[in-house]
Write a protein that binds this ligand. Structure first.
Ligand code: M6R
Length: 600
């Protein structure tokens, strides 16, 4: 059961893994191994742990101390009777460690986590109660943490605590679960419960008690997981990434479903935000990586359709520069996982300064969604591959819905114009399916480029975030140097990079797009072609102007200018995936990365 849960959570970190089981024989047994989960699984097959019905398991993304057996979790208390796992960073671990060393403690790892194991183990010896031992320790810890522990003297109990890191409860029948996300237990139950900030949870097979850090009981919201275990299975696909790209049209359709009727967008599910939309005078969109690029598209849409100034910022840059916010600022955070620590901290910072916060999130029960004033969920389903694909198009869809709603509330578009835009958005899933189904050409091109050392991506207007996203995908999973540029910026410096044979992928705007944008991009292509670049153009069906200047043309169906990015991104995702696969790389779990970045 533990290994099954870890398999579903492995995308969150895969440097090392470990389990601890309170055995039916009244002892605690642990096993932990550096490397991917399969290393631990093989080890356990060869030498199984004693049976038991209470246990904890962990997959790690190393922060303090390299990915070794010793640094893998669980860590033990100093009498070896308590085992503990941790997600996050204990920022004051050095002081706590010095104090423990002073009192004679021995450390067996370089992690920050071990101090918590030792401290809670010691407090248990004093109190004989695991939850009370947690209460005594958690307030001494600075930073972010989810901690879970089992003790061999309390064989049917798991205690957990969380501050700024994720933890959810799975409500079973005669059994209960804790997990960093619902994927850990969805095979056994779809009934789940959130755990709030600074809370301690004690689960037994037939009871759940949640308190705050002072031990006062608290009540939390229960929810039903919207998908079942099969949604997070790879099925017959070669990779989760391949499966998830194919699910993109559904991700868009499901994100629209129930939110439009009669050509108008209805966001009554976020009534609290909907009420203030008319009053907002500025919007700030926050996100990291792919979520940030979706935010850039959100900016283009909101400014174009609703006429409100929008800034987009990387979450981790935002709060360190004393940004100006007011009660009329709407802060929209974008996060697939809803757990990205950089974004969570930025949202909290914005709230403290009086802004209204709206989370665009793909994960039920996630911290950012809970902490925000309202959440608009993207219904992309679970995304397991580290490279974000279907979540991206779902995020853009959600931001477009917000833009259209803003336009309606503020009267910046006529009812007819809005209905046309809604129609175009609703047409995206079918067109996106066509793009994905006819991806053989881009896949073949990618497979022929496995020795390529550098690829540049160019785009303008809404093609620019797509160029950035295409470059991120290639770096992330194929380990190839890639950079995205605004095509107009090339002549200001980067054109020096062009030498004969340099691969350049250009996202070409529709000939019907903003003013003369198409002509300008075609000129940009000629400029790089004249310097020897090998050009792959992503262009609208029927666009003949690119033909004389591109070495290869990948066609996408006609879509209104703002909707083109939702189609143009798929070939770039497929390009990166096929190139990584051709290099023999693990497409789903690229080196050094984790799906959910819960440290700053
Ligand atoms: O869960 P989030 O959307 O907050 O994650 C943000 C980024 O870490 C994420 O998009 C990352 O850039 C992806 N691995 C890109 O494919």
């Amino acid at each position: 059961m533990l290994m099954g849960g870890l398999r579903r959570l492995e995308y969150r970190g895969y440097d090392s893994a470990g389990v601890a089981v309170v055995g039916d024989d009244g002892t605690i047994a642990t096993r932990k191994r550096a490397g991917k989960l399969k290393v631990l699984a093989n080890d356990l097959t060869e030498a199984p742990l004693p049976g038991g019905s209470t246990g904890i398991g962990h997959t790690r993304w190393a922060t303090h101390g390299g990915p070794t057996d010793a640094n893998a979790h669980p860590h033990l208390g100093d009498d070896g009777r308590l085992a503990l796992i941790h997600n996050g960073i204990i920022e004051n671990f050095a002081e706590l460690k010095a104090e423990l060393v002073e009192s004679g403690a021995e450390f067996h790892s370089e992690t920050d986590t071990e101090v918590a194991a030792l401290l809670i183990g010691r407090e248990y010896r004093e109190t004989g109660d695991l939850a009370e031992a947690f209460q005594r320790v958690v307030n001494r810890l600075h930073g972010a943490f989810t901690l879970l522990a089992v003790h061999q003297d309390a064989p049917d109990v798991v205690v957990g605590a969380r501050r700024n890191s994720p933890l959810v409860i799975g409500l079973g029948d005669g059994e209960n679960f804790l997990g960093s996300d619902v994927a850990a237990f969805v095979e056994y139950t779809r009934r789940a419960m959130e755990i709030g900030q600074d809370q301690i949870v004690t689960i037994r097979p037939d009871s759940i008690v949640v308190t705050d850090f002072a031990g006062e009981p608290v009540e939390n919201r229960e929810f039903e997981v919207a998908w079942d275990a099969s949604a997070s299975d790879k099925g017959g696909w070669s990779s989760f990434m391949a499966k998830e790209i194919t699910e993109s049209p559904d991700a868009v359709a499901n994100t629209i479903r129930g939110r439009v009727s009669d050509g108008a967008v209805d966001l009554s599910e976020i009534a609290r935000i909907d009420e203030v939309l008319g009053d907002v005078d500025r919007i700030l969109i926050l996100g990291c990586g792919t979520a940030y690029y979706s935010g850039m598209l959100g900016k283009y849409a909101i400014e174009k359709w609703a006429g409100i100034p929008v800034d987009v910022e990387l979450s981790h840059e935002f709060r360190y520069r004393e940004p100006v916010l007011s009660s009329r600022t709407l802060v929209i955070s974008v996060s697939q996982s809803g757990e990205t620590m950089d974004t969570l901290m930025a949202v909290k910072y914005a709230q403290e300064r009086g802004a209204t916060t709206l989370s665009v999130c793909n994960t039920q029960g996630a911290t950012i969604a809970r902490e925000s004033d309202a959440a608009l969920f993207t219904h992309a389903g679970p995304e397991v591959a580290v490279a974000s694909t279907k979540a991206f198009v779902a995020q853009v869809t959600a931001l477009y819905l917000i833009a259209l709603r803003l336009a309606a509330v503020r009267g910046t578009q006529s009812t007819e114009a809005l209905a046309e835009l809604v129609d175009e958005l609703q047409a995206v899933p079918t067109k996106l399916s066509q793009v994905i189904e006819s991806s053989g050409q881009i896949a073949e091109l990618a497979r022929g480029m496995s020795d390529t050392r550098s690829v540049l991506f160019l785009g303008r207007h809404v093609g620019y975030p797509i160029a950035l996203e295409g470059a991120l995908k290639l770096k992330e999973i194929a380990y190839i140097h890639a950079e995205g540029f605004a095509a107009g910026e090339l002549k200001h410096g980067p054109i020096s990079l062009i030498e004969p044979g340099q691969r350049v992928i250009v996202v070409v705007p529709s000939p019907r797009a903003v003013d003369s944008l198409h002509k300008k991009v075609v000129s940009n292509i000629q400029e790089i072609r004249a310097r020897g670049a090998y050009v792959i153009a992503i262009a609208e069906a029927g666009d003949a102007a690119v033909l004389p200047f591109a070495d290869d043309v990948i066609r996408i169906p006609l879509a209104g200018g703002m909707f083109e990015p939702l189609l143009a991104v798929a070939p770039l995702q497929i390009f990166a995936m096929e190139l990584a696969a051709a290099k023999g790389l693990d497409v789903d779990q690229p080196r050094n990365l984790a799906k959910s970045v819960t440290v700053e």
